[in-house]
Ligand binder design. Sequence first.
Ligand code: GDP
Ligand code: MG
Ligand code: ZN
Length: 336
Amino acid sequence: MATPRFPHTPGKIEYVTKIQHPVRIDWEQYKNWTGKNAFQGTVAVNNRGLISVLKDHKITNATLHSSIPGTYISSITVGDEVEIEKSEYNYFIRYRLPRRNFLSRARGDRARKKAEKEQVLAANVDIAIIVASTEQPHFQPRFIDRYLIICEHGNVKPIICLNKTDLSTKRHPILSWYQKELGIPIIETSIISGKGVETLRNAVQNSTCVFLGHSGVGKSSLINALKENLNLKTSSVSKKTGKGKHTTTSFNLYPITKDSYIIDTPGIRSLGLSHIKKKSLRTYFPEFVTFQTYCKYLDCLHDAEHNCAVKNAVQRGEINQYRYQSYLKILQELRA
Ligand SMILES: Nc1nc2c(ncn2[C@@H]2O[C@H](COP(=O)(O)OP(=O)(O)O)[C@@H](O)[C@H]2O)c(=O)[nH]1
Ligand SMILES: [Mg+2]
Ligand SMILES: [Zn+2]
């Protein structure tokens, strides 16, 4: 039986996916589309419209087909499945398949005029490895919560990786809290001693994984440790500022084994969450649930309200104070 050529039933105009940045397809243009010389692959990088597509561990460079408006260039992101067609001289992207899931952040204020408020960072990912370092740069507990929110929002399984364990034996108490209370696996690694590299390798097996975290924490170094001869550029951490330089500039997908792929990312300076509503923020903090039913107001934001059971639980030490602080910090940024 012939496999259907298109993921959706053709109508006049159809959105290949309704979730985010729909690639609009005018099916009129496809009347005579034979699908000859066409194949599907995974986007490895979108470099301002020059899109590298990975198929059977080989890269093909393609551009969007002229029937797709140029403004949709940004709608093709690393991890997307696309169908490309070979013409005489070039390869063209014909359409994007629906996304299984995606990680996104809110666009900055300047870019907010754009129709899409969310910027999709990576599509079709199974696992996000949230990398933090013990030192150089310092461990920052609050940043992890932001990443956890985008993981939950995008339906991506998080794993926390504490790297550079050769530099310090100190462990922030929040780490064991994540493991115990939220069931998030923590992997301690060091590329110097090799600690945890095997565990990390097993964790990323047979999946598409994205490495997230500040610049300089060792994302590219860890990916190099997982795959020989990849030689991703890494950079030293500034002694003066304790911050990493941005060596990785775009989101890139690399095949690690036959069935596993890793996406390396540049350190994300700001992880805007303004696409999340103030009143839904509390749903990303599952530890509030048992308490908030006792708040005086049903829609309590656990901020300035009186008789707030969540605030009381923080005071009694029954809700982790770091988590509550990050909740308040993020709440301030969000719009009603
Ligand atoms: N001591 C130590 N240094 C590391 C470790 N992992 C990475 N580094 C160093 O940290 C710096 C930044 O690493 P890089 O991989 O570029 O970080 P990225 O910005 O997160 O990709 C480099 O100088 C690495 O050699 C580690 O486990 N221990
Ligand atoms: Mg890097
Ligand atoms: Zn409350």
